[in-house]
Design a protein around this ligand. Sequence first.
Ligand code: URA
Length: 194
Amino acid sequence: MSEKNKKLEALKNEIEADRLLPLQESNIVFGEGNCDSDIIFIGEAPGFEEDRQKRPFVGRSGQLLNQMLGDIGMSRDEVYITNIVKRRPTNNRDPLPEEIQAYKPYLAKQLDIIRPLIVITLGRFAMNYFLPDAKITRDQGVLFRKNNFFVIPMFHPAAALRSQTEVMGRFKETFRKLPVMIKKCKQYQGVKDK
Ligand code: URA
């Protein structure tokens, strides 16, 4: 097991041991994928299927994410995928501000271990963690620089699935621009394509 993986495992255990965290009745969905990737996708919180499988984005939103990654010639094993809130809010409701607040330090630690170059946020909750003043309809698809990261906010795949028209169109359009945006970030940072 690599050093990074050991640190991530230790962080997961730390979350498990923190009995003050909200949503204790649900399973921990910590995150998965390639922790050496330059790219991390961050959603809001697990849903029913994610809680059941203890894996992020494995329900309908995850299927759309996989399909879109496939369309741009990428697979989910190449990237890392996680959420801000690591347990499922009851009945799949939006996470509450205090839930986001409680889990935030753990996302910060996770990012500190993984050190990705590009953060792709899915939905407004993850976007606002990095860009508190951003608005999803205005700012999705825009490339931002925030501290050590490039941040690309995107609509949440669930929002795209719900709308089927405008949001889905814009979600797909941004997804198809990702390879060019990723290349630009790597060039800027002097990172060689693997
Ligand atoms: N929605 C999210 O935000 N995260 C998941 O893991 C699944 C659905």
